[in-house]
Design a protein. Structure first.
Length: 257
């Protein structure tokens, strides 16, 4: 339960972020919704911010209160958008917001990053992920060109790097008990589902057949909510799939079962 906690949710205007903000509020949290777009129906206090823009991130951090108990980094762009924009929002902006916000987090706070099954190939992308460790917002275009990160690859790369960053920082804020985890959904029925279907083509239809149905935001929000809660206090640096069994299927096939 999130009773009495102050929870910041990015991407709160739509899809999984909107469902997470609503769930946190229903559980008694004080919710601060963040998005580049104003939500049709804001949950809690709304702050407009563009997570691809450092000045906007700085303003957001200044506007947020002290003593935040949970940060749900859910804002994201789909793979159909320009590669640099995807890497900025889904990776660099997320990291910049998180690290800048640490001083305003309460001791024992929980950070939850929305990754994706699209990031499960991270062991194959070691060089590019390591090269992105100190990537600055102003260098994203040059970085993508140098690393051959074009088109939909940007989405996969950003999620791979996010999963690795989450694992690497499992203990970074140990002295204050601040922990960080990822959730990796399979296909979820939100406005960006069609972008994935378009990007993956025939593979998307094949993948869909390994599940009973696509997910809904209501399938993902409770997983984020659990990781934000005190019940998940000993879960650190993990990546939790929420995917109707899709990742289990991928792993079994990968290892020849
Ligand atoms: P959505 O499109 O419904 O919501 C994304 C939200 O992020 C939107 O409200 C949008 O305005 C906001 N946003 C985009 N750029 C922003 C920026 N520069 N600054 C601030 N906010 C910005 O999409 P959905 O499906 O709810 O996605 C949420 C997260 O879940 C994303 O990180 C996505 O990659 C991830 N995800 C989604 C899956 C799906 O099938 N829908 C599957 C796996 C992961």
């Amino acid at each position: 339960m999130l009773q009495g906690k102050t929870i910041v949710v990015t991407g709160a205007a739509s899809g999984i972020g909107a469902a997470t903000a609503a769930l946190a509020q229903a559980q008694g949290a004080h919710v601060i919704s963040v998005d580049i777009n104003a939500p049709a129906k804001a949950v809690g206090r709304f702050i407009q911010a563009d997570l691809s823009d450092l000045a906007s991130i700085d303003q957001l951090v200044a506007d947020l209160p002290e003593g935040i108990d949970g940060l749900a980094n859910i804002a994201g762009l789909p793979p159909t958008r320009p590669a640099a924009a995807v890497v900025k929002v889904n990776l660099v902006g997320l990291k910049e917001l998180t690290t800048r916000l640490i001083p305003k987090l309460a001791d024992g706070a929980s950070i939850v990053n929305l990754a994706s099954l699209a990031g499960m190939g991270w062991p194959e992308a070691k060089a590019a992920i390591q090269a992105s460790a100190t990537l600055q917002m102003g260098d994203v275009e040059t970085f993508c060109a140098a690393q051959g990160i074009e088109g939909a690859r940007s989405y996969f790369f950003a999620k791979e790097a996010l999963i690795v960053w989450t694992m690497e920082n499992r203990w970074t804020w140990r002295s204050r008990g601040i922990r960080m985890n990822c959730v990796s959904p399979g296909p979820v029925d939100t406005p960006i589902l069609q972008d994935f279907v378009q990007t993956l083509g025939a593979r998307a239809e094949e993948d869909m057949r390994t599940m009973d149905r696509p997910g809904t935001p209501a399938d993902i929000a409770p997983v984020v909510g659990f990781l934000l809660s005190d019940g998940a206090a000993w879960i650190r640096g993990t990546n939790v799939p929420a995917d109707g069994g899709m990742f289990a299927n991928v792993q079994l096939q990968m290892h020849g079962f």
